[in-house]
Design a protein around this ligand. Structure first.
Ligand SMILES: Nc1ncnc2c1ncn2[C@@H]1O[C@H](COP(=O)(O)OP(=O)(O)O)[C@@H](O)[C@H]1O
Ligand SMILES: [Mg+2]
Length: 265
């Protein structure tokens, strides 16, 4: 079943910078897709357009059969709660407890005033506790979020994302701030839980080895364009060189747009 369909997605920022210059792809339920590309390629822009943290300039996004661009507030709330985000900087409320941070994943299901007062239901608390056990943090539940190591904080981020009961997780360089050992734990947890729960994942990664290890499919982005979409096996060294704009042994280079161009409206 097609979960997400993206067509001609284009983002031009207010200052004229082209973030994405027309991207097409589909995500099937349960796929684990790594999005790779050099810094500035447009990976974050892509995820932000998908959950509408930034306004898309043109194109179409269909999530679970619903067009998301131009959706009203009510619809957007429904869309966003089924599309969890995981961030490079964790984005936890540092002064709040680990448990409270995971409970924040339930806010999209509560009325505004209950959420503002932190009136989480008993079943939400039980579920958040269970999720924290699942990510191996049962001992840390009542600690302040900022008492945890980076790897542990990102596992709280994963538990919060799962608490939303999403169909899709958008992870923007979830391991970029972590040491190699924590990176492995975080990627392997994310991968395992998505698989167990049938959640699709679009995971921006800088590390090609991690993309090859965990993804069922890899999308390569270069200067706002999709230049590769295939299996880890199909991602050859030459292709990696093209995506990262490093001349390969054969000397091939991607044509198309010149270095990140600005658009003069
Ligand atoms: N808020 C913004 N305003 C203007 N340009 C931006 C903004 N955010 C990102 N960009 C530009 O859009 C391009 C893509 O950025 P980004 O999506 O952050 O790439 P990546 O995540 O792959 O590093 C870059 O040229 C970046 O400088
Ligand atoms: Mg980025």
């Amino acid at each position: 079943m097609t979960l997400l369909q993206v067509e001609g997605l284009r983002k031009v920022y207010a200052d004229g910078t082209v973030g994405l210059s027309g991207i097409d792809f589909k995500v099937e339920a349960g796929e684990f897709i790594a999005v790779i590309g050099p810094s500035g390629a447009g990976k974050s822009t892509l995820l932000r357009c998908l959950n509408q943290m930034v306004e898309t300039s043109s194109g179409e996004i269909v999530f679970q059969g619903t067009k998301t661009i131009g959706a009203g507030n009510r619809k957007l709330r429904h869309i966003r709660r089924e599309m969890s985000m995981i961030f490079q900087g964790f984005n936890l409320v540092e002064r709040s407890s680990v448990l409270t941070n995971v409970l924040h994943g339930r806010l999209g299901y509560m009325s505004g005033w209950r959420g503002a007062l932190g009136l989480f239901s008993k079943s939400d608390v039980q579920e958040a506790t269970r999720l924290l056990e699942r990510v191996g943090l049962s001992e840390q539940i009542h600690k302040r979020a900022d008492e945890l190591s980076g790897g542990q904080q990102q596992r709280v981020g994963i538990a919060r994302a799962l608490a939303q009961k999403p169909k899709l997780i958008l992870a923007d360089e979830p391991i970029a701030s972590l040491d190699p050992a924590s990176s492995e734990t975080v990627m392997s947890s994310l991968h395992t839980f998505c698989k167990e729960d049938g959640i699709a994942c679009l995971c921006n990664l800088h590390q090609v080895d991690m993309a090859k290890k965990y993804a069922t499919r890899i999308i390569g982005i270069h200067k706002g364009q999709k230049v590769f979409d295939g299996t880890p096996e199909e991602l050859t060294d030459d292709m990696i060189a093209l995506i990262y704009n490093r001349p390969a042994a054969g000397g091939a280079e991607l044509s198309g747009e010149p270095a990140r161009q600005k658009e003069t409206a």
